[in-house]
Design a protein around this ligand. Structure first.
Ligand SMILES: Cc1cc2nc3c(=O)[nH]c(=O)nc-3n(C[C@H](O)[C@H](O)[C@H](O)COP(=O)(O)O)c2cc1C
Length: 304
């Protein structure tokens, strides 16, 4: 019996560990370091309709227990991902979760329609934290009605299950979770980065050219756990959790909070072998905790 296997809509995972979107590119660099078939899945970098160069530099900065980034969704665009990145990933026995982004609903719909036909894409992850130009600067991820409508529009065209990635930059994340569930989401991924900034000690000016950036890493873990704890008791769809996972104990914490699987982001920049290391250590951790299968841990923080 595989003690680490996880069944989720569209996804048969050999283990619950996957790299988070934007922290693994399209796998090419990591593929030179280890066999990507070891992973439960891969969440690839956001794909937009057109290629994007991203924001001006500097666009990353270190902070205590975390980092700030404002990459700006740099990617080769839908055609580039379909022609080069996804076919290259086909050599590995690993499900791909394609992260979809856009400026307006029509962009998301077009990317989702095409990318969901790729043979190795088994689910979509909608990145709803981008500014919605048409709605006058409101972001898809902070308005429940807009989040619900976007989810429904993408569901209508997608050939594979749709997971929606929630932003933590809201007053009540449960409201958005319920909205995307109403829109037909098959699952939720959470959390994306928290907005933050860092100032240059000498000039007092923001270090990141974009002024603000997204905070990730161990600093955000308590926020992620609290939000997953709340959302998993509010909706009936599964959660893939992320936000500051650095080691095997962090994985156990996210499952206990209510996630069914997890993604590892910033930790890949600290140690590129973090995902295979965690996968190797998980069975020993299950022995220590006295559980036969990893699913027994899901939601134990609130189960009687
Ligand atoms: C450099 C960088 C780039 C990212 N790019 C994306 C992206 O393209 N799409 C997305 O949905 N999330 C993106 N994220 C957010 C991560 O996938 C993840 O949700 C977040 O960093 C929290 O996890 P962590 O603390 O383990 O990094 C990015 C994060 C970082 C640090």
């Amino acid at each position: 019996m595989n003690r680490l296997s996880v069944e989720l809509p569209g996804l048969h995972l050999k283990n619950p560990i996957m790299p988070a979107s934007g922290c693994f590119g399209f796998g090419q660099e990591y593929g030179k370091m280890y066999d990507l078939s070891l992973l439960g899945a891969i969440m690839i970098k956001a794909t937009t309709l057109e290629p994007r160069l991203g924001n001006p530099t500097p666009r990353v900065a270190e902070t205590p227990s975390g980092m700030l980034n404002a990459i700006g969704l740099q990617n080769p665009g839908l055609a580039g991902v379909m022609e080069n990145e996804l076919p290259w990933l086909e050599q590995f026995d690993v499900p791909i979760i394609a992260n979809v982004a856009g400026t307006e609903t029509a962009d998301y719909v077009e990317v989702a329609k095409v990318i969901s036909t790729a043979p190795n894409v088994q689910a979509l992850e909608l990145n709803i934290s981008c500014p919605n130009v048409k709605e006058g600067g409101i972001t898809f991820g902070t308005d429940p009605l807009i989040a619900e409508e976007l989810t429904a529009a993408v569901k209508a065209v997608s050939k594979v299950p749709v997971y929606v990635k929630l932003s933590p930059n809201v007053t009540d994340v449960k409201e958005i979770a319920l909205a995307v569930e109403r829109g037909g989401a098959d699952g939720i991924t959470m959390i994306n980065t928290l907005l933050g900034m860092r100032l240059d000690e000498k000039t007092g000016k923001p270090i990141i050219a974009n002024v603000t950036g997204g905070l990730s890493g161990p600093a955000v873990k308590p926020v992620a756990l609290k939000m997953i704890y709340e959302v998993s008791q509010t909706v009936d769809i599964p959660i893939i959790g992320m936000g500051g996972i650095m080691n095997v104990q962090d994985v156990i914490d996210f499952l206990s909070a209510g996630a069914s699987a997890v993604a590892v982001g910033t930790a890949n920049f600290v140690n590129p072998f973090v995902c295979p290391t965690i996968i190797e250590e998980l069975p020993g951790k299950l022995d220590e905790l006295g559980v036969e299968h990893i699913s027994e841990l899901v939601g134990r923080s609130y189960r009687s």
